[in-house]
Ligand binder design. Structure first.
Ligand code: SAM
Length: 277
């Protein structure tokens, strides 16, 4: 078989799996790019010892657990406290400026998507940890499409495992014990940190913008989104910001060309932008 036709049949095979997902799994594959969907499906197929899409679709049809496992694999929720520490260092002056601004009732932050809550809790901890930020003025709304992720986020309990070192993740804080209660490998976020964060289910592609936000985080979602939806999602982010508000993207994400005039980079490498309004 030539390389091109092998590619075609793989695409067709993947289509069969995606069509099934569309109909039977609570996930909207149309939002995501095909390369991403292909990688996630291939990883599950490998776990089930098959390289044949038709055979894998049959497994999905009869096996509830595999449908759950595929849903899990598709909604990647990798995250961490202070993920990309350099960005968090660059964020301190931004947060200080925002908390000092007069004439506004407070600092409204949107963490979108928040996965298991470690991103919005990082904002809440940073606000309390930085002596020049008035944390009482900071209020964080954290959203995600996954109810499971939101349940974990509300619980605020994290564990150090072979692949996740919570103590290391909290290293940017001057005194992590002020913000988490540690019992061996288990870390519980303290109520004082939780009290500044509110969690809410949200589909960032179809639920539209929020209003008048001072600081919006949208990190590590755009990389998976199909080009056709990227600009729409970006408009949602832009329309959620008040003029002069800030947007933070993931380390490998950028503002799409059609919206570049609306944003000015304040810390280019850290992907922190100011909305010109
Ligand atoms: C890789 S995590 C990013 C978490 C955090 N922002 C970070 O950078 O560490 C991606 C999250 O996006 C969520 N997600 C996927 N599609 C979404 C959508 N359409 N609306 C809202 N959240 C979505 C997933 O459930 C997952 O928790």
């Amino acid at each position: 078989m030539s390389r091109a036709s092998q590619g075609d049949s793989e695409t067709e095979g993947l289509r069969k799996v995606i069509d099934f997902v569309e109909d039977e799994v609570p996930f909207e594959p149309g939002y995501y790019n095909e390369a991403y969907l292909g990688r996630r499906v291939a990883a599950r197929m490998q776990r089930r010892d098959t390289d044949d899409h038709t055979a894998y679709r049959r497994i999905l049809e009869r096996d509830d657990e595999e449908r759950e496992a595929l849903l899990d694999a598709l909604t990647v929720n990798v995250t961490g406290f202070f993920r990309d520490p350099d960005m968090w260092a660059d964020l301190r002056p931004v947060l200080r400026d925002l908390s000092e601004e007069n004439g506004r009732s407070g600092v409204d932050v949107w963490s979108a998507p928040c996965a298991d809550g470690r991103e919005p809790y990082s904002v809440s901890m940073l606000a309390a940890d930085d002596p020049d930020v008035d944390e009482r003025r900071v209020h964080i709304t954290a959203v995600d499409i996954s109810e499971e992720a939101l349940d974990a986020a509300r619980a605020g309990v994290y564990e150090t495992t072979r692949t996740t070192n919570i103590e290391e993740e909290l290293a940017p804080l001057s005194d992590p014990t002020a913000y988490v209660e540690q019992e061996e490998n288990v870390f519980r976020v303290r109520q004082s940190v939780k009290s500044r964060v509110e969690f809410e289910p949200y589909d960032l592609i179809s639920d539209g913008p929020k209003d008048d936000m001072d600081l919006v985080f949208c990190r590590n979602l755009l990389i998976y989104i199909d080009t056709a939806y990227k600009e729409q999602l970006f408009e949602t982010l832009r329309d959620s910001l008040r003029p002069g508000g800030y947007l933070v993207l993931g380390k490998t994400e950028t503002v799409p060309p059609g919206l570049r005039d609306d944003f000015e980079a304040v810390a280019k490498r850290s992907r922190i932008y100011r909305y010109e309004g």
